[in-house]
Design a protein around this ligand. Structure first.
Ligand code: NAD
Length: 308
């Protein structure tokens, strides 16, 4: 099968490209290399179209000749969206419409990355897809728009779409070395360099950490099986881990305590985020997610390998 992965040079995208190419698929990547980079794809056979998902002509050329599309390209950061909401909207919402339109022109099925951030600060736990949405940042609003456009194209044009709400994905290739780094790479990198780990707030906020290998398995199966759904689907498995527990687990893998400093909570951050995974399980009944300790060991091994 020939698969287009937008955002394929990024963290999740490059892990996916590796798996798809390894399984014998032909992989094309559309990426502007703004947060992704070619090093993530070293040794992976992909055909690269460099540029933006907001460029209609480029997107049209990129989908030409492929069998299915996985749309991951986005400005994937809450703080960046707070700093520049218009840019986030143009890429995350506008770029998604461009990709959907190109898919419509070719009758292609498409998997679209949405985000648990669409649930906002709802107290309900676990979060099921029937809950009202309540975005608390321009990023969350843009992901909600992206998934709504995808589902709208599904309903209006019969396009086979699957909008997956990712919850805190972590694993190899996820960068720690920028201002907007996600929590797992930030914690692991600080701990490996013997710096105190900076925790925003009291550390009792919870997350449904999902290993990138489990996310890739779902995406690869959705591609191979042509999975679609008329409503959004959580991509997580219902685990609830608070940040201090996460740090304990990292300390256990490293075999030494990890010092912590507490700073102010970040604007737009959500307090608790755990998924109800029953829609996902109904679509893929035999999925076995990678557990947190196994995922952390693989993640820490990758960070160590980069230290040389
Ligand atoms: P990432 O930043 O590593 O990957 C995004 C990729 O998109 C990068 O390679 C970047 O260069 C590319 N990109 C950005 N703007 C682009 C544009 N205008 N045109 C083409 N390419 C562009 O982030 P990630 O963590 O791999 O996220 C992938 C997707 O998953 C995103 O849609 C993100 O919103 C979603 N998501 C991720 C998480 C998570 O925990 N990592 C959680 C929820 C949702």
């Amino acid at each position: 099968m020939r698969v287009l992965v937008t955002g394929g040079a990024g963290f999740i995208g490059a892990n996916l490209c590796r798996a798809l190419a390894g399984a014998g698929h032909e992989v094309r990547v559309l990426d502007d290399l703004s947060t992704g980079h070619l090093g993530n794809l070293e040794g992976v056979a992909v055909d690269l179209a460099e540029g933006s998902v907001t460029d209609a002509d480029l997107v049209t050329r990129a989908v030409d000749g492929v069998d299915r599309v996985v749309h991951l390209a986005a400005r994937a950061s809450v703080p960046r969206s707070l700093a520049d909401p218009v840019a986030t909207h143009e890429v995350n919402a506008g770029g998604t419409v461009r990709v959907l339109e190109a898919c419509r022109a070719h009758g292609l099925g498409v998997v679209v990355a949405s985000s648990s951030s669409v649930y906002g600060d709802s107290e309900v736990s676990p979060k099921h897809e029937g809950l009202p949405v309540a975005p608390r940042s321009p990023y969350a609003a843009s992901k909600l728009a992206a998934e709504a456009y995808a589902l709208g194209h599904g309903a209006a044009y019969g396009l086979p779409v699957l909008a997956l709400r990712f919850f805190n994905v972590y694993g190899p290739l996820q960068p720690a070395d920028h201002d907007y780094a996600a929590v797992v790479p930030r914690f692991v990198d600080a701990a490996l360099h013997d710096r105190p780990v900076e925790v925003h707030g009291d550390g009792h906020q919870t997350r449904d950490f999902t290993y990138v290998g489990s996310v890739v398995e779902v995406l690869a199966r959705a591609v191979a099986e042509g999975t679609s759904s008329p409503g959004p689907v959580n991509l997580a498995f219902g685990t609830r881990t608070d940040l201090l527990d996460l740090l304990d687990r990292i300390a256990t893998v490293l075999g030494r305590p990890v010092p912590v400093t507490h700073t102010d909570p970040r604007p737009g951050d959500v307090r608790h985020s755990t998924a109800d995974g029953s829609r996902l399980t109904a679509l893929f009944p035999d999925l076995t997610p990678v557990d947190l300790d196994t995922g952390l060991r693989a993640t820490i091994a990758w960070h160590r390998s980069r230290q040389g």
